[in-house]
Design a protein around this ligand. Sequence first.
Ligand SMILES: Cc1cc2nc3c(=O)[nH]c(=O)nc-3n(C[C@H](O)[C@H](O)[C@H](O)COP(=O)(O)OP(=O)(O)OC[C@H]3O[C@@H](n4cnc5c(N)ncnc54)[C@H](O)[C@@H]3O)c2cc1C
Length: 376
Amino acid sequence: MRRRIAVVGGGPAGLTFARVLHRHDHPVTVLERDAAPDARPPGGTLDLHERMGQVALDKAGLLAEFQALSRPEGQAMRILDVDGTVLRDWRPRPGDRANPEIDRGHLRDLLLGPLDVQWGRQVTRVDPGTRDGVLVHFSDRRQETFDLVVGADGAWSRVRPALSTATPHYTGVTLVETSLTDVDTRHPHLAALIGDGSVAVYGVNRGLVAQRNSGGHVKVYAQFRAPLDRPTTLTDAEPSDAGTLRSQVLALFDGWAAPLLDLLRHGTAFVRRPLHVLPVSHTWAHIPGVTLLGDAAHLMPPLGVGANLAMLEGAELAESVAACGPDDLDEAVRAFEEQMWARAGIWATITAAGLDRLVSPDPAAALALFDEVQPG
Ligand SMILES: Cc1cc2nc3c(=O)[nH]c(=O)nc-3n(C[C@H](O)[C@H](O)[C@H](O)COP(=O)(O)OP(=O)(O)OC[C@H]3O[C@@H](n4cnc5c(N)ncnc54)[C@H](O)[C@@H]3O)c2cc1C
C-alpha cells in the first residue's frame, strides 16, 4: 500500500520534495497557506549552486529547463566603497555555470509544473502518534491524517513544535528591502552601477546590496544593526510606509556617495525584514511520521545557501522515500535527518560568522570575506 505523504509549504524545499516524488510516480499532497501561486510578490533572485540547488534540479529532471531560464551573467559582482570607488569587479568566465541566478517566481513556476498543490490550506498544528498516523490541523478547523508529514513551512513553521521547542531569535541585523523597476530606461546611471549582476557596498555596521533580477527589475537590500523595536511572532516581513522608511534608511546611510543613495531614493515599496535564525546545529529527538526541511529545520542568515540547502534536502528526502520499502520509511527519514543536521550545522556556522563580518565595525572584514570565496 502506498504511504500517505504530505508536505506543508510550497517554497523551494516543499516543491522540490514534491517534484522529485512526482518524478518517481509517488503521490504526495502539497499543502500551501497562500491562496494562489501569485498571492504575494515572489521576492528577489536566487543563485543556485552547482553542487546544491542544481543537483536538486537534476534529481527533479529540471536541470536543462533551469539552464535555459537562468542568468549566468548574473554571477557578476562589484564591490564599492562608500565613496563609490570600485574595489573589486568580478565577471563570470564564458561558460561559467557555478552559481547562475534565477528569479524566485521563475523557479517556483519551474518546480510547480504538473504538481497539484492544495492552495489556501494553512496548517495550524500537527499531532504525531495518533492511532491512524499524524493528524494535521488546518485553520478552517478541518483535519487530515498522513503516514509522513514533512514540515517545509519556513522560518515560523507550524510543524516544528511537534519536534522541537526551538524558536528563531533575532540576529541584531535588519534588512530593509526595496525595488527598482525598468532600471535600464528609468535609471540608466544605476543600471551601469549594478551591471549584469550585483553591487555591494560595506560601511561601518551597515551595507547596501543591489541585485539585478530579470526584466530590468532590481532588488535593493539595506542592512544595518538595530534593536528589534517590536516583537516578531509570525512573520519576518512587514510592509512599511515607503516615505517614512525611505527617510529613516537614507539617514542611516548619510554621507555615502549620491548614486548609492539613489538606489534607495528611487525605491518603490519598502519591506522591513529583521533577520532571525534558529540555533546553530538545531536537532531534535526523532519522532516517527514527522520531519522538517529547509528554513523550518535550520533558518540561517541569508548568505546565499538557504534555498540551495532547502532544495537539496527536498530532493534527497524524496529519493529516499521513493526508494524505501513499506516498512523502511521511518528508518529512511531518520537517516536523512542525520545527514541534513550534519551539513546544515556546518553552513549555519559559516553564515553566522559571515553575517558578523558583513555587518561589522570594520568594512575591511567584509571585503576580505569576498576575497576568500571569489576566485582571484
Ligand atoms: C533577502 C533574502 C535573500 C536571500 N537570498 C538567497 C540566495 O540568494 N540563495 C539562497 O540559497 N537562499 C537565499 N535566501 C534564503 C532563502 O530564501 C530561504 O532559505 C528559502 O526560501 C527557504 O526555503 P523553504 O522552502 O525552506 O521556506 P520558504 O521559502 O519560507 O517557504 C515556506 C512555504 O511554506 C508556506 N507556509 C508557511 N507557513 C505555512 C502554514 N502554516 N501552512 C501551510 N503553508 C505554510 C509559505 O507560504 C511558503 O510558501 C534569502 C533570504 C532572504 C530573506
